[in-house]
Design a protein around this ligand. Structure first.
Ligand code: HEC
Ligand code: HEC
Ligand code: HEC
Ligand code: HEC
Ligand code: HEC
Ligand code: HEC
Ligand code: HEC
Ligand code: HEC
Length: 471
C-alpha cells in the first residue's frame, strides 16, 4: 500500500513538473497557429502520398468523409488529410500506416484547447470509469459490444471522451482485492462535441452536442436542462420563435464559459466531495455515504479508492478547489441575473445536496443495521456496509432500492435543483427519495419481525433483474 502511495506521489510530482514545463513552452493563450506544421513533423519517412491523392481515392470509397471535410473550416485554411492522418498510407495494402488522429495531433495547432481539456474532467473520464471496482473486465479501448453494463449501456461509448493515444500510467491497487490496473489521463477525444470531419464550432455550441452522453437515468442533465426555464427558452430560440439575440444560456454558457475547454464543477463526482461540511449532522451523513461508496473504511481511514481518486483528480479533496469553481459559476450567472438572486439559487442547490444526503444516509443506516445483525449477508464480509460503487445489480430488493436511490433519485434531486428543473428536483428526486426511505425502512422492519417470530434467518426477497429505465 505504502509503495503504491509513493508511486502515486512520484507520479503527481512528475506530472506537475511536466505540466509546468509544457505551460512555459506553450504558445500564447490564443494557441492557434494559422500555418500547418511541415509534414516531416508527423512523418519521419518521405511522404508516400499527397492530399490530392487521398481525396481522389477516398472520394470514391468514402465520399461523405471528403464532402464533410470540404464543408469544414479546415479545408478553407488548407488543413488537409495528411495533417491529421500522416502521409504514410496511399493504397489499400498499406492502411496500417495511417495515423489515428487523436488529441496530440490536434495539439500541433490547438495547444490551448488541448491544455484546457486536460485540466478538466472530460480528459479523465476513462480513469473515472475505472474507479468502479468491477470495470476492469470492460476493456476500455474496445468499442465492441461488451457484456451488458447498467441499462445495457457500454461504458466506453461515453467515457472514451477521455481516451487518447498518450498514456500516463500509474498503477494502483483496486479496491476489493481485484488485480492492479492502469489509470490514464487522456488528451480527450476532441471529436466528441465537434464531430469529424466537419469539426464545426457551431455544432459544438449547441446543447445537443452534450446530449448523447449527458442523458440516461443516472445523469440526465439533458432532461433537466430541457425542462428548465433556460432549456425551454433555448428550444424556442432554436425554432426561431424567440429572437436570435435573446440571452438564454446553454450547457456551454455555464460549463465552458468563453470557450474554455476545462470542464469541471464544484461538487462533481455525483455531488460527493471529500472535505466534510462544518455542520455536524451533515458531516455525519456524508461520512456514512463515503463509507458506502467505499472512499473511506469502516473506521474513517481513506481507502485505496480514495488514493486513486486523488491521483486521477476525479473527486474534490479541498474546500479551495470547490470554491474556485463556485466563483466561476457565479460569474456566469451574473451576466444575466443579480448576484444576490444567483447566490440564493446556488444555495438552494447546496441545501438540496444536504437534504438528499440526509435521506440517503438514513437508508444506509437501516441497511447496515441488517448486515450488523446478520439479517442480510454483507456484500464484503469484512465490513457491514453497502457497496454502492459496485455497479452490478445487488442480490436483494432492499439493496437494489438503495442503489437506485443513490444513483438515480439523489442525482435527480440535487442536479435537478441546480439546473432549475422542478420535475427532476421535486418529483423524480426529492419525492422519490422520501418514498425509497419509507419503503426501505418498512422492508427492514418486516425482515426483523419475521426473524423475531421464527428465530431463524428469514427468507430474503430477491430482486428481479435490473430493467433499463426507458427515458
Ligand atoms: C488508392 C486508394 C487510397 C489512397 C490514395 C488513400 N487511401 Fe486511405 N484508405 C484506402 C482504403 C481501401 C482504406 C480501407 C477501407 C476504408 O476504411 O475505407 C483506407 C483507409 C483509410 C483510413 C482509415 C483507417 C482505419 O484504420 O480505419 C484513413 C484515416 C485513411 N485511409 C486516410 C488516408 C489519407 C490521409 C490518405 C492520403 C495520405 C489516403 N487515405 C490515401 C484507400 C486509399
Ligand atoms: C482535423 C483533423 C482531420 C482531418 C483534416 C481529416 N481527418 Fe480523418 N479523422 C480524424 C479523426 C479525429 C478521426 C477519428 C479517429 C478515431 O478516433 O478513430 C478520423 C477518422 C477518419 C477515417 C476512419 C473513420 C471513419 O469515419 O471512417 C477515415 C477513413 C478518414 N478519417 C479519412 C480522412 C480523409 C480522406 C481526410 C481528407 C479528406 C481526412 N480524414 C481529414 C481527423 C481528421
Ligand atoms: C495543421 C494544423 C491543424 C490541425 C492538425 C488541426 N487543426 Fe483545427 N484548425 C486549424 C486552423 C488553422 C483552423 C482555423 C482557425 C481559425 O479560423 O481561427 C482550425 C479550426 C478548427 C476548429 C474551428 C472550426 C470552425 O467551425 O470555426 C475546430 C473545432 C478544430 N479546428 C478542431 C480540430 C481538431 C479536433 C483537430 C484534431 C482532430 C484539429 N482541429 C487539428 C488547424 C489545425
Ligand atoms: C465537451 C465538448 C467539447 C470537447 C470534448 C472539445 N471541444 Fe472544442 N469546442 C467546444 C465548444 C462548445 C466550442 C465553441 C466555443 C465558443 O463558443 O467559442 C469549441 C471550439 C473549439 C475550437 C475553436 C476555437 C475558436 O476560438 O474558434 C477549437 C480549435 C477546438 N474547439 C478544439 C478542440 C480540441 C483540440 C479538443 C480536444 C482536446 C476539443 N476541442 C474538445 C466543445 C468541445
Ligand atoms: C444556467 C447554467 C447551467 C446550464 C444551462 C447547465 N448547467 Fe450543468 N450545472 C450548473 C450548475 C450551477 C451546476 C452545479 C455546480 C456545482 O457543483 O456547484 C451544474 C452541474 C452539472 C454537472 C455536474 C453534476 C455533479 O456530478 O455534481 C453536470 C455533469 C452538468 N451540470 C452538465 C450539464 C449539461 C450537459 C447541460 C446542458 C444539457 C447543463 N449542465 C446545463 C449550471 C448549468
Ligand atoms: C462523449 C460523451 C460526452 C459528451 C459529448 C459530453 N460529455 Fe460531459 N462528461 C462525460 C463523462 C463520461 C463525464 C464524467 C467524467 C469524469 O468523471 O471524469 C462528463 C462530465 C461532465 C461534467 C462534470 C464535471 C464534474 O465536475 O464532475 C460536466 C459539467 C460536463 N461533462 C459538461 C459537458 C458539456 C457542457 C458538454 C457539451 C458541450 C459535454 N459535457 C459533452 C461525457 C461526455
Ligand atoms: C450514456 C453515457 C454513459 C454511459 C454509457 C456510462 N457513463 Fe458513466 N458517466 C457519464 C456521464 C455524463 C457522467 C458524469 C455525470 C455527472 O457528473 O453527473 C458519468 C459519470 C460516471 C462516474 C462518476 C465520475 C464522476 O467524476 O462523476 C463513474 C464512476 C462512471 N460514470 C462509471 C461508469 C461505468 C462503470 C459505466 C458502464 C457500466 C458507465 N459509467 C457508463 C456517461 C456515461
Ligand atoms: C445568458 C443569460 C443567462 C444566464 C447566464 C443565466 N440565466 Fe437564468 N435565466 C435566463 C433567462 C432568459 C430566464 C427566463 C426568464 C426569467 O425567468 O427571467 C432565466 C431564468 C432563470 C430561473 C427561473 C426564474 C423563474 O422565475 O422561474 C432561475 C432559477 C435561473 N435563471 C437561475 C440561473 C442561475 C443559477 C444561473 C447560473 C448558474 C443562470 N440562471 C444563468 C437567463 C440566464
Amino acid at each position: 500500500m505504502r509503495r503504491q502511495f509513493l508511486l502515486v506521489v512520484g507520479f503527481l510530482a512528475i506530472c506537475s513538473y511536466l505540466a509546468l514545463a509544457q505551460q512555459n513552452a506553450a504558445p500564447a493563450a490564443s494557441g492557434q497557429q494559422t500555418e500547418a506544421p511541415a509534414a516531416s513533423d508527423q512523418q519521419t519517412e518521405a511522404p508516400a502520398a499527397s492530399n490530392a491523392q487521398c481525396i481522389d481515392c477516398h472520394s470514391k470509397s468514402r465520399p461523405q468523409i471528403v464532402s464533410e471535410w470540404k464543408q469544414s473550416k479546415h479545408s478553407q485554411v488548407n488543413v488537409g488529410c495528411i495533417d491529421c492522418h500522416g502521409a504514410g498510407h496511399a493504397s489499400a495494402s498499406d492502411v496500417a500506416k495511417v495515423k489515428i488522429a487523436r488529441s496530440e495531433i490536434c495539439a500541433h495547432c490547438h495547444q490551448a484547447q488541448v491544455d484546457q481539456d486536460r485540466r478538466g474532467k472530460h480528459s479523465i473520464a476513462l480513469a473515472a470509469m475505472r474507479t468502479m471496482p468491477n470495470a476492469h473486465w470492460r476493456p476500455a479501448r474496445s468499442l465492441q459490444p461488451e457484456p451488458a453494463g447498467r441499462g445495457q449501456a457500454v461504458c466506453v461509448d461515453c467515457h472514451r471522451i477521455g481516451s487518447s493515444a498518450v498514456k500516463e500510467e500509474v498503477t494502483f491497487e483496486r479496491f476489493g482485492g481485484i488485480e492492479g490496473g492502469a489509470l490514464e489521463r487522456g488528451g480527450g477525444a476532441c471529436g466528441s462535441c465537434h464531430s469529424r470531419h466537419t469539426f464545426s464550432v457551431e455544432e459544438a455550441r449547441q446543447p445537443q452536442a452534450c446530449q448523447y452522453c449527458h442523458s440516461g437515468p443516472d445523469h440526465d442533465q439533458w432532461g433537466m436542462y430541457a425542462s428548465s426555464r433556460h432549456g425551454i427558452q433555448f428550444d424556442l430560440k432554436q425554432r426561431r420563435l424567440l429572437p436570435a439575440d435573446a440571452a438564454v444560456p446553454t450547457c456551454q454558457t455555464c460549463h465552458m464559459p468563453n470557450g474554455d475547454h476545462e470542464v469541471r464543477t464544484s461538487w462533481g463526482y455525483r455531488g460527493i466531495s471529500r472535505p466534510l461540511p462544518s455542520d455536524k449532522e451533515w458531516a455525519a451523513d456524508r461520512t456514512e455515504i463515503m463509507k458506502a461508496v467505499n472512499i473511506i473504511g469502516s473506521n474513517g481511514e481513506e481507502n485505496p479508492l480514495a488514493v486513486t481518486m486523488k491521483a486521477a483528480e476525479v473527486m474534490r479533496f479541498t474546500q479551495e478547489d470547490w470554491q474556485r469553481d463556485r466563483d466561476k459559476m457565479v460569474k456566469v450567472c451574473v451576466q444575466c441575473h443579480s448576484e444576490s438572486y444567483v447566490k440564493q439559487q446556488l444555495q438552494a442547490g447546496d441545501d438540496m445536496v444536504r437534504l438528499a444526503d440526509h435521506f440517503l444516509a438514513e437508508a444506509i443506516r437501516v441497511v447496515s443495521g441488517l448486515y450488523k445483525d446478520r439479517l442480510l449477508p454483507p456484500p464484503q464480509p469484512e465490513r457491514n456496509y453497502p457497496w454502492l460503487t459496485r455497479f452490478d445489480p445487488p442480490p436483494t430488493l432492499i439493496e437494489q432500492m438503495l442503489e437506485t436511490m443513490y444513483l438515480e433519485h439523489r442525482t435527480s434531486a440535487f442536479q435537478g435543483k441546480f439546473h432549475g428543473s422542478l420535475n427532476y428536483a421535486l418529483a423524480d428526486g426529492r419525492g422519490k427519495m422520501r418514498q425509497d426511505l419509507d419503503a426501505i425502512t418498512d422492508l427492514a422492519k418486516e425482515l426483523r419481525r419475521s426473524h423475531a417470530a421464527t428465530g431463524t434467518h428469514p427468507p430474503v426477497k430477491t430482486a428481479s433483474p435490473a430493467k433499463p429505465k426507458a427515458k
